[in-house]
Design a protein around this ligand. Structure first.
Ligand SMILES: [Fe+2]
Length: 379
């Protein structure tokens, strides 16, 4: 797998400038050997797991036209999927196997804090989940089989009522692409799309997170209201001017109030603390772990016991800060890149720390990450 063929011969810079969040792109032969990524049986083994987010969409003859069920599933459900020629979907497959992890790595020309997961879809001929609009960016790679993608770049976003899944009322596609194994389509947010399986087949959606402004703003305020003592202070105007019009807020008042907000809320340090924490909040918070004291942890670590990350661990590095699962770690500046490298290893890999050169502070940080459940020793 290489980034050049992944983007159809154009550079990541050109892709971001011309296509990202702007227009769809068809990439023929983006990734090789996609037919051997996951078998239908592999996927079904995942769909019976409690820890895997899965769902099935089935056509029905009733009023609702579609039936949408959440996993985990039982063997018998797959017979129903086959009989009704429905669609099975599993999320988070980037965590299952090195090929999936390699696929995730290809997307790292986009900041990883924007990456969501890889979802796999298995459909029977004629099936799809209907024409709809997503608010996120996605690359959809064809595994095995053929799929037709119909896209409308300027859609009307009104949905049909009273059906189990979101399907557009009107859909007038201006793009019609057929994907064969290894072909990929990039779909930006707000472009309506409808994928129809032409044969039995599988596709992999490399999806990115959509950050709703409403959620970010409320998260930002909540973060600072909870963590800042100065929020108990009151507004004091030390330079109050004599009022000429007592019922009028003038420009000067507005400027002063704006400065209070800038000083206490909208500065870069506050943005750093919030952004690092918010962008690393895990999908599932791991269980805390207090099995090993700091001394015991260090002993195991120095003896070389393999150390892994929890599947849902998220992290980002930022100047002198390092965030893991929403928590800020004070890591020495010369160790930041070392931590970054170790945490960016694949989830199923022993984290490549240079164990002999770790300072006490770094070891304390690792123990803190261990207590959070973000990292753990192999059994
Ligand atoms: Fe979609």
């Amino acid at each position: 797998m290489d980034i050049k063929s992944f983007l159809g011969g154009i550079s990541p810079e050109e892709f971001l400038k011309e296509y990202w969040c702007k227009k769809p792109l068809l990439i023929k032969g983006a990734v090789k050997n996609t037919e051997s990524f996951l078998s239908v049986d592999n996927m079904r083994e995942l769909a019976v797991e409690e820890s895997v987010e899965s769902r099935m969409v089935l056509p029905t003859s009733g009023d609702k036209k579609w039936l949408c069920e959440d996993g985990p599933f039982k063997e018998n459900d797959f017979k129903i999927q086959e009989k009704k020629q429905g669609t099975l979907i599993c999320h988070g497959v980037n965590l299952y196997g090195p090929l999936m992890a390699d696929l995730e790595k290809l997307s790292r020309f986009i900041p990883n804090w924007q990456f969501d997961d890889i979802m796999v879809t298995h459909s029977y001929p004629g099936e799809g989940v209907g024409a709809h609009i997503d608010s996120y960016n996605v690359f959809i790679l064809q595994g095995h089989g053929k799929k037709q993608w119909l896209l409308e770049e300027d859609p009307n976003d009104t949905y049909q009522e009273d059906i189990a899944i979101k399907i557009l009322k009107e859909f007038n596609p201006n793009i019609d692409w057929t994907l064969e194994p290894g072909d990929m389509v990039y779909i930006p947010p707000h472009v309506a799309h409808h994928g129809v399986a032409l044969t039995e087949g599988m596709s992999y959606s490399i999806g990115f997170r959509a950050f709703k402004l409403e959620d970010m703003f409320s998260g930002y305020f909540q973060h600072h209201l909870e963590s800042t003592e100065e929020m108990q202070d009151c507004y004091n105007d030390l330079n109050l001017q004599k009022s000429e019009r007592p019922f009028f807020i003038n420009d000067n008042d507005l400027d002063k109030m704006t400065r209070v907000f800038e000083e206490h809320l909208f500065n870069k340090t506050k943005m750093e603390n919030w952004m690092g924490a918010y962008m690393t909040e895990p999908r599932q918070v791991p269980e805390k772990n207090d099995d090993l004291t700091f001394e015991e942890f260090v002993e195991e670590f120095k003896e070389g016991r393999p150390l892994f990350q929890d599947d849902h661990t998220r992290f980002v590095a930022m100047k002198e800060k390092f965030f893991i699962n929403g928590v800020c770690f004070d890591v020495e500046e010369d160790m930041i890149e070392h931590f970054e490298l170790a945490f960016s290893a694949m989830k199923m890999e022993d984290m490549p720390f240079k164990r002999k050169v770790m300072s006490i502070k770094s070891l304390m940080n690792l123990h803190k990450a261990y207590e959070l459940g973000a990292i753990f020793f192999a059994e």
